[in-house]
Design a binder for this molecule. Structure first.
Ligand SMILES: Nc1ncnc2c1ncn2[C@@H]1O[C@H](COP(=O)(O)OP(=O)(O)OP(=O)(O)O)[C@@H](O)[C@H]1O
Length: 225
């Protein structure tokens, strides 16, 4: 079976500052990968490459066997909306929209509006978001509630891959552990592979694979790969 993500000889620089040089990396179907690295090591840059938001100067990034650079920009946005659920550090919810509207934005961007009527209910039940909360404005929610809404939105289109960029940094350690457990349970139920990046190694035990970005990245290893 093909990996869900495969990188080969990927190089990325911001202007003339080399940030990533990855010889090879892959994620298998169903795998839950914890990718850790200190601040500034290139985690967000890598996630943006995996999502097709950024394009590497060299190398190949294949997601679900599709070479991302061969897809035109508009089609790449749709590909991302349908196949990759992204949970951002700051969640990126629209504060003036209700929780329901925020979650349904996923259907709008993925052009999957014709979903089964009880799908929203199933996803929100999994994330312990009750019906009263669905009508509240996202901007009125606690950080923990916003996180669960961000996960519901990320899972809404049944993506094969969930990418999470340090979505736990605002929580204390007990809530952080609870959140990661809930996220991984929901991804299991939805058969999604997970790439979760963080600088906080204490979360590593929740995942079935841990990977240090500094070890993967020839730029930080300061060696010729
Ligand atoms: N838009 C940008 N323009 C120029 N340089 C950038 C840009 N974004 C990131 N960088 C640089 O790329 C390097 C990696 O940044 P990145 O945000 O990917 O790291 P990170 O590991 O996600 O950090 P953090 O944990 O603090 O979020 C840093 O040196 C950063 O200054």
């Amino acid at each position: 079976m093909d990996p869900v993500i495969q990188l080969d000889k990927v190089k990325f620089a911001w202007q003339d500052k080399a940030v990533l040089n990855i010889e090879h990396w892959q994620v298998e179907k169903g795998q839950k990968v914890f990718l850790y690295g200190p601040s500034g090591s290139g985690k967000s840059t890598l996630l943006n490459l995996l999502c097709g938001i950024l394009t590497p100067q060299e190398g190949s990034i294949r997601v679900l066997s599709q070479e991302l650079s061969s897809i035109r920009a508009g089609a790449r946005d749709r590909f991302r909306a349908r196949h990759i659920g992204v949970i951002f550090q700051q969640f990126n919810l629209l504060p003036y929209l209700s929780v329901r509207q925020n979650i349904l934005l996923a259907a709008h961007f993925g052009r999957t509006e014709s979903v089964e009527p009880d799908h929203l209910q199933q996803i929100t039940d999994q994330l312990q978001l009750n019906s009263a909360m669905l009508e509240r404005k996202a901007g009125e929610l606690s950080v923990g509630q916003q996180q669960r809404v961000a996960v519901a939105r990320a899972l809404f289109n049944h993506p094969e891959i969930i990418i999470a960029d340090e979505p736990t940094s605002a929580l204390d350690s007990e809530l952080r552990d609870q959140f990661v457990d809930l996220l991984l349970q929901c991804c299991d139920r939805n058969q999604a592979s997970v790439v979760f990046v963080s600088h906080d190694k204490s979360l590593a035990g929740h995942f079935d694979q841990q990977q240090s970005l500094s070890e993967l990245n020839c730029v930080t290893k300061e060696q010729v790969c």
